[in-house]
Design a binder for this molecule. Structure first.
Ligand code: 5GP
Ligand code: ZN
Length: 116
């Protein structure tokens, strides 16, 4: 997978539209196209890394920036009081479909069991 055929790299480049909710120099957050909760936002590094282990090895500071962005999104979306969940699906058992690392930020309603 290269950045030229990566869906989320195309969103970063502006070649595919997305409902952006938060952005920094190094991160971007946008609404999931198929929301699994009342609030469902994806947070990505703008640079291409396939998954969380790859990102952590290549650029741990950027991994921290993604986490900070996830927290900022939760606050901006009004999720701090009710609570929320942050998930990095990684690999086949977790059903990862897009191999540009992304945090799912889920909330806005009770979320049910952890594995779902
Ligand atoms: P994964 O299963 O890889 O953890 O999650 C990929 C997520 O990307 C899914 O929740 C899916 O709904 C979302 N998604 C797939 N294609 C698009 C798209 O073109 N735009 C947006 N905003 N989300 C997408
Ligand atoms: Zn990418």
């Amino acid at each position: 997978m290269t950045t030229t055929d990566c869906l989320f790299c195309k969103i970063v480049a502006g070649d595919i539209p997305a409902a952006k909710v938060y952005e920094t120099d190094t991160t971007l957050a946008f609404r999931d196209i198929g929301p699994k909760a009342a609030v469902h936002v994806l947070v990505i590094p703008k640079a291409h890394h396939a998954d969380l282990p790859a990102l952590g090895k290549a650029d741990p500071a950027l991994a921290g920036e993604v986490l900070a962005a996830a927290g900022a999104v939760a606050e901006a979306e009004g999720l701090l009081d009710g609570g929320f969940r942050v998930i990095f699906n990684t690999g086949p058992y977790a059903g990862q479909e897009v191999f540009h690392v992304h945090a799912h930020v889920l909330g806005g309603e009770p979320l049910g069991p952890m594995i779902a």
